[in-house]
Design a binder for this molecule. Structure first.
Ligand code: FNR
Length: 180
């Protein structure tokens, strides 16, 4: 099984990327964890380009299509999803009927430096993914005060670490059920 991980942050020291590292530590040995790193290469969506999408978009669609499940860690910008991540998902959502996310098991987590742990961004991202047709897990992981949340590549708070394990296990489960 192949799990594709996407961080919605372009920042080199991103806490959301750190959250994906913490998730990787919870992945069963027989699951391949692949971190997609090309968010910065996706140009602004333009319907005029839909017939011949840029190579970076085709590559993202292929990466999603060949993966069994997706884990997305989103920052929160102005109580919503960062534009770069939303833009990439707009590209992936086309053509709507056959898009690469349709029926794909997806889980959303998020970290922010505030007390709320990107809860609004995660809720909005789940709404976007459900609209696109993904099988979105109805759970979130609000990692608040992210600048203090990690130690040695893992979540410091054992309750959050346990919740992350549940999310990863449910995602793997959902992908296995879909494959069966
Ligand atoms: C933020 N940040 C932020 N945090 C939050 O909890 N709610 C918010 O609405 C916002 N809004 C916001 C807007 C913009 C433009 C920036 C740059 C930042 C702070 C944000 O949580 C913080 O920068 C995180 O560290 C971003 O995630 P990464 O890059 O660490 O993954």
């Amino acid at each position: 099984m192949r799990l594709l991980a996407i961080s919605g942050s372009l920042r080199s020291g991103s806490y959301n990327s750190a959250l994906l590292d913490a998730a990787e530590a919870e992945i069963p040995a027989d699951v391949e964890f692949v971190l997609w790193r090309d968010l910065a290469a996706i140009p602004a969506f333009n319907e005029d380009l839909e017939r011949a999408p840029p190579p970076s978009v085709m590559s993202l669609r292929r990466e999603i299509a060949r993966s069994d499940a997706l884990l997305i860690a989103t920052p929160e910008y102005n109580r919503s999803v960062p534009g770069a991540l939303k833009n990439a998902l707009d590209w992936v959502s086309r053509p709507f009927a056959t898009n690469a996310l349709r029926n794909k098991p997806v889980a959303v987590v998020g970290a922010s430096q505030s007390l709320f742990g990107a809860v609004w961004a995660q809720a909005e991202l789940r709404k976007i993914l459900a609209t696109i047709g993904a099988r979105v897990q109805d759970r979130d992981l609000p990692v608040a005060q992210a600048h203090e949340a990690f130690t040695e590549g893992r979540l410091r708070d054992p309750r959050l670490a346990a919740r992350l394990r549940v999310i990863v296990a449910a995602l793997v489960d959902s992908a296995e059920q879909r494959a069966a």
